[in-house]
Design a protein around this ligand. Structure first.
Ligand SMILES: Nc1ncnc2c1ncn2[C@@H]1O[C@H](COP(=O)(O)OP(=O)(O)OP(=O)(O)O)[C@@H](O)[C@H]1O
Length: 308
């Protein structure tokens, strides 16, 4: 099956000469929730804006459900709903007319029943005739989502959906995103909250300095998250790890004074107890030991640092 979105060799150099994206290759699968994770300024918004046809790329190709975003702009664009980072809603419009108008922009015939359903799904039906200016920030954000859904897109981009949003609304938002996914919509969200990626995503892509540094199933990342390290301070420095301990893939520190064993619960590797036994058999004594849990945050920070 062709991907929902295929991004190939996409680069962006702004007029200032700043290179915001460097040869991005990325496929988004049908029906997944993909979290694009990266620090401020990494290029997330630039990438989304290119796919949505708001920013011109310097090179590369993008297709949406097979439609090229240049040659087949209208088709590609109509398949996408975009909820931008900034709240950009017409203050004096009513909620319902904002959605109706958005649908019309895509040349779709009016569909009051659909607009009603979207408003109900977003818990905005009671506010359908309210002017947007009278709504709370959280409600305005939901109006933005409603506008993005009004033309029945197959793919929804959410740029920092929960930035500055309180915990309750964040939970609501996540529940809503899941419902959308269940209805078959592919979702790409950008975030710099690791917990958001952890909670929501089927796959996670990490972007830093305009480069994709990792794309992985979340489950695989969680496996890494569950990884632990045992560090042993040795009594006598070693010149090399003895052959008998090769199965543990131990890491010897540069000065030979410490061994690090990385393991996780699902690992096929033998556990800590057997390592300690085998160390004793090999005549390696240690004077201290310490365990460290790696977290997704740590994985992320390391990736970002390595790429810097
Ligand atoms: N019009 C522009 N002209 C020059 N540089 C720009 C322009 N727009 C964005 N940039 C730069 O490109 C880089 C990537 O910006 P972008 O908004 O894509 O990052 P981001 O990952 O979405 O960050 P944030 O999480 O802060 O929104 C930043 O360094 C930004 O300053």
């Amino acid at each position: 099956m062709q991907p929902a979105i295929s991004i190939s060799g996409v680069s962006k150099t702004y007029a200032s000469g700043f290179s915001a994206l460097k040869h991005i290759d990325l496929d988004i699968r049908h029906g997944e929730i993909f979290a694009l994770l990266g620090p401020n300024g990494a290029g997330k918004t630039t990438l989304i804006s290119i796919v949505c046809g708001i920013v011109n790329r310097s090179s590369g190709t993008v297709t949406v459900e097979g439609a090229d975003i240049d040659r087949d702009y209208r088709t590609a664009r109509s398949l996408i709903g975009l909820v931008p980072q900034e709240l950009t809603v017409e203050s004096f419009e009513t909620v319902r007319s904002a959605l109706t108008f958005s649908r019309g922009l895509f040349g779709k015939p009016p569909n009051p029943a659909l607009i009603e359903k979207i408003l109900k799904d977003l818990s905005l039906w009671d506010k359908r005739d309210a002017k947007i200016i009278t709504l709370s920030g959280g409600m305005k954000r939901r109006v933005m989502i409603g506008k993005a859904l009004a033309h029945e897109p197959r793919i929804l981009f959410l740029d920092e959906p929960t930035a500055g949003v309180d915990v309750e609304l964040r939970q609501d938002m996540w529940a809503m995103v899941r419902r959308l996914r269940e209805s078959g919509v592919t979702i790409i969200l950008t975030t710099h909250y690791i917990e958001e990626a952890e909670e929501m995503a089927d796959r996670v892509g990490v972007i830093n300095h305009g480069e994709i540094v990792l794309v992985e199933d979340k489950a695989e990342l969680m496996r890494k998250l569950g990884r632990k390290q045992l560090r042993l301070e040795l009594r006598q420095p070693l010149g090399a790890v003895p052959e008998a301990l090769a199965g543990y893939e131990l890491e010897l520190s540069a000065d030979g004074g410490a061994l690090t064993y990385t393991y996780d619960n699902q690992s096929e590797r033998p556990g800590v107890a057997s390592l300690l036994r085998d160390l004793e058999i090999a005549g390696i004594a240690f004077r201290d030991l310490d365990t460290v849990n790696s977290s997704l945050e740590e994985i992320f920070v390391n990736l970002v640092r390595k790429a810097s």
